[in-house]
Design a binder for this molecule. Structure first.
Ligand code: SAH
Ligand code: DHB
Ligand code: MG
Length: 222
């Protein structure tokens, strides 16, 4: 068995043992695939972690940057109380259209506010429209802008908020300080930003599984 096969088998075990059948999330992945979206959603186990973190924080206001078909969005939206809202930003209108159908099918459309555009362009309108500070943010879009997204998320967050950044390990490519890849440089800039920011206490956790070797940066806003 290759490492990837082993990691995938363990993810399948986690799914069977703890997560259970989820016909709504299965249908999301089917709709994404039918529409030709790339299969770069968080894994079921990672979605389970996002769901638990949103509940642990008792979040009512959540921001996501990078919706794709809304798999991670649905995991988080299901963790919100009735009066909770999640604002999610997606650049590609084709992705947003699939996400909208997925939110309706998942029964979370009332809690999800989907904004279409480049995140840095639409963040000012989101700031104006938010009626309370953020309790939780998930950053998962173009990695080159990760430190800017982190800055925006901190700015909008209440003390005690949690910020998660996806894909920060990149199969170990994050180690390369000389990398010419914008995603690696952007991720390293986010690590530096988190380490230096006086309001942030951060760690990163490597993950293996169905989606390979990657990880989450997790930061608490003080
Ligand atoms: N969070 C999703 C996966 C997101 S994939 C999940 O786990 O289910 C990354 C998404 O970010 C893609 O859909 C891509 O179109 C979007 N994206 C890329 N650049 C962006 C930008 N500047 N602003 C907003 N979204 C962007
Ligand atoms: C890519 C983006 C993601 O958010 C992810 O989880 C995996 C891959 C990508 O752009 O390739
Ligand atoms: Mg991601």
């Amino acid at each position: 068995m290759s490492s990837h096969e082993l990691w995938s088998a363990v993810d399948a075990y986690i799914g069977d043992a703890l997560l259970g059948q989820d016909s709504v999330l299965d249908a999301v992945l089917e709709r994404n695939a039918a529409a030709g979206l790339p299969a770069i959603d968080v894994s079921p186990a990672q979605g389970g972690l996002l769901h638990l973190l949103v509940r642990m924080v008792g979040a009512r206001r959540v921001l996501e940057i990078g919706t794709l078909g809304g798999y991670s969005t649905i995991c988080m939206a299901r963790a919100l109380p009735a009066e909770g809202t999640l604002v999610t930003v997606e650049l590609d209108p084709r992705h947003a259209e699939v996400a909208r159908a997925n939110f309706a099918a998942a029964g979370v459309a009332d809690r999800v506010d989907l904004r279409v555009g480049a995140a840095l362009d639409v963040l000012p309108a989101i700031e104006r429209d938010l009626d309370a500070a953020l309790d939780f943010a998930f950053i998962d879009a173009d990695k080159a802008n990760n430190s800017r997204y982190l800055e925006a998320a901190v700015h909008l967050s209440r003390p005690g908020a949690v910020i998660v950044v996806d894909n920060v390990i990149r199969g170990g490519a994050v180690l390369d300080a000389e990398s010419q890849e914008a995603a690696v440089a952007g991720t390293r800039a986010a690590f530096d930003y988190a380490a230096r920011h006086p309001r942030l206490t951060a760690t990163a956790i490597q993950t293996v599984g169905l989606k390979g070797h990657d990880g989450f940066l997790i930061a608490l806003v003080g």
